[in-house]
Design a protein around this ligand. Structure first.
Ligand SMILES: [Fe+2]
Ligand SMILES: [Fe+2]
Length: 339
């Protein structure tokens, strides 16, 4: 099994690959003895733009060879490249939570902590703390979408690959989740303006690096205030390998330890070999304390397991993890490892 990071927040140290606040991974060579009937390569997430497609080409990876694609959750740093992907690979099934097709998502994280993140075209109009839309482009889900395979509950894709909704709540969830909210989708009906935009997307050179329009929407409100994101749209991939479970969870909004336990419960495999993904330990005044608490739990529960992290694991957290966990590695754009 091999994982290649097609795009991540961190640049490759030498190769001129595109970098963005986003994540996309290509997972292949899943089983040594594959057949056409056994999916042996998966595209997991599509970054914030079409950058992952360009990087895949530069790395010699043919996305046409993937058996299927998967979106871990609805945030635009993982779904922003979907339009670009569909323009070239609409024949491939894309698995994702049913919820990402109908819901918008918002972030109120202060702009000063979001330097280098992909900013929406109208972001300059926002005040630093006003919620910004970080949801998927819902227009892509309008009309006939044979590529979309909506998932409503944990399920096996093959006898060794499961898509798992993290339902365990025994462990803490990331403090950075406090900035994230659900939104009401206000999909525009298909009209001439929308069709023109859509057609522009399908041209070979349509703005590959900048999502050129996002669905409109507003933060969902009740009498109690803005509705917090419940992350019911988040799904992890669990691979049952001879060495134990390999879990891929792009942002771990439900908490990495909850995600691991949920994958173990669903698959029945209680040995963790590796956890791969961002931990959503985002830069804030409590991140040091939060990371040290995570490290303590990890060492108690999974001292022998590998941890590959990056993306939404901030530099301060990454440095602590590397200091205290001998089997922790930080990934970056173009990073590749083989189990
Ligand atoms: Fe996220
Ligand atoms: Fe993310």
């Amino acid at each position: 099994m091999r994982i290649t990071f097609l795009v991540d927040n961190l640049p490759h140290p030498t190769l001129p690959l595109l970098t963005e606040h986003g994540l996309s991974m290509y997972i292949d060579q899943i089983t040594p003895n594959s057949s056409l009937l056994t999916p042996n390569s998966i595209l997991c997430d599509m970054g914030a733009s079409g950058a992952f497609i360009k990087n895949a080409k530069a790395l010699g990876i043919d996305l046409n060879a993937s058996n299927w694609a998967f979106l871990s959750h609805g945030h635009a740093d993982h779904t922003g490249g979907l339009g670009c992907f569909l323009a070239q690979h609409a024949h491939l099934p894309v698995y994702a939570s049913k919820r990402i097709a109908t819901t918008q998502y918002f972030s109120s994280r202060p702009l000063k902590t979001r330097i280098n993140e992909s900013i929406t075209p109208n972001s300059s109009l926002l005040t630093p703390n006003s919620p910004r839309n970080i949801g998927p482009d819902l227009n892509l889900f309008c009309g006939h979408t044979p590529w979309f395979k909506p998932i409503e509950q944990s399920q096996w894709l093959t006898p060794i690959i499961a898509m798992v909704f993290p339902t365990c709540s025994n462990y803490p969830t990331p403090l950075g989740n406090k900035y994230l909210f659900l939104g009401e989708s206000t999909n525009r009906p298909i009209d001439n303006v929308l069709m023109t935009e859509w057609n522009n997307r399908l041209t070979p050179n349509s703005s590959l690096l900048t999502p050129n329009f996002l669905s409109a929407g507003t933060v969902r409100k009740t009498s109690a205030g803005s509705v917090k994101d419940d992350f019911l749209h988040e799904i992890a991939l669990a691979f049952v390998t001879p060495k134990g479970l390999v879990i891929v969870s792009s942002c771990s909004h439900k908490g990495a330890l909850n995600t691991i336990q949920s994958c173990m419960d669903f698959t029945g495999c209680n040995a963790l070999y590796a956890y791969v993904g961002g931990l959503h330990l985002v830069d804030n005044e409590q991140v040091e304390e939060e990371t040290m608490a995570f490290i303590k739990d990890w060492m108690q529960l999974y001292p022998q397991a590998h941890l590959y992290t990056g993306h939404c694991t901030c530099a301060k957290a990454a440095s602590l993890l590397q200091q205290h966990l001998p089997l922790c590695k930080i990934f970056y754009t173009g990073y590749q490892f083989v189990f």
